[in-house]
Write a protein that binds this ligand. Sequence first.
Ligand code: FES
Ligand code: FES
Length: 348
Amino acid sequence: MTQSVAMTINGRRREDHVEPRLLLVHYLREVAGLTGTHIACDTSQCGACTVLIDGEAVKSCSVFTVQADGRQVTTIEGLAEDGVLHPIQQAFWNEHGLQCGFCTPGFIMAAAYLLRQNPSPTDEEIERGLEGNLCRCTGYENIQEGCPLRVPGDEPRGCRADGAAGRIGCGSGGGLAMAVTSMIGARIQRREDPKLITGHGNFIDDVNLVNMAHMSVVRSPHAHARIRSIDTSAAMASKGVVAVLTAADFKPVIGGPLPVTNSFVADKKQVPEQFPIAADEVAYAGEPVAVVVADDRYLADDAAQLVVVDYEPLPAVMDIEKADGAGQSPGEERSPRQHRLGCGVSRR
Ligand code: FES
Ligand code: FES
């Protein structure tokens, strides 16, 4: 059963027939082809999917497409006007407010909304206004302090969204730009940023192949637990399912932790081991315990609900002091994996 919807996206009206359960983020990305709106979580916490609906910032993974019927939707692709960057896009570019750029469209949309509500926010108000957005690269300093968020409209709007003018004098930070003959000691703007701040980056999740299968991940609801058993039979029998995989299927291929290292950590022993999927124990809430591959993402999600995991909950380390051993309560059980993961937890 489908339902007809009509909405205006970035000034263009479109009509479609959609499943009532289709999330707006999937509609924007897969039906409208606007892949600048990203998905970085399945718990509505990251904010990478933020768009404006009738001018209000909304996480589009928490809204059904049918709820946007008759509304005006603005995505990151619609923020630049006539090829000229929005001041917030310009500010992110000038002040290096992005690294990989994956979270950036969500941050920019949330910042645009914040400044529309409050043109002169304090540091605290900026922090509160952007608290629904997470950055895995952890570039918060540049986003919150570096961006000239407090002076919207003061930034030059002379840079083209395609970055063409980026080398001939646009960029406001400190007044220096790429036009200088020597780059030594000068502020320079990254050449890859224009596509990332306008939603035209090309990430792996943006690749859409014909007959592509989709994966849904079954995650632990427990911060620490032993896995007694996993029953995948009902999921395997579910409509459209291609495969259901657990650690037992990964073992012959990847026997232990992934070969991940972090060159910034001097003490390599502190780098948490990264397992592709939990085997006998989960060491954090959200750790993958099974994956379901199916013909489409909703069939995969349906089948993932049918995976039955029998957990034995264990005491969990919930703060950094306990993770480093200083404040461990007598008798508190703590596995080596949870200890190491706890040491890697950031405070934000
Ligand atoms: S994908 Fe919407 S909040 Fe993370
Ligand atoms: S810039 Fe990489 S996730 Fe934020």
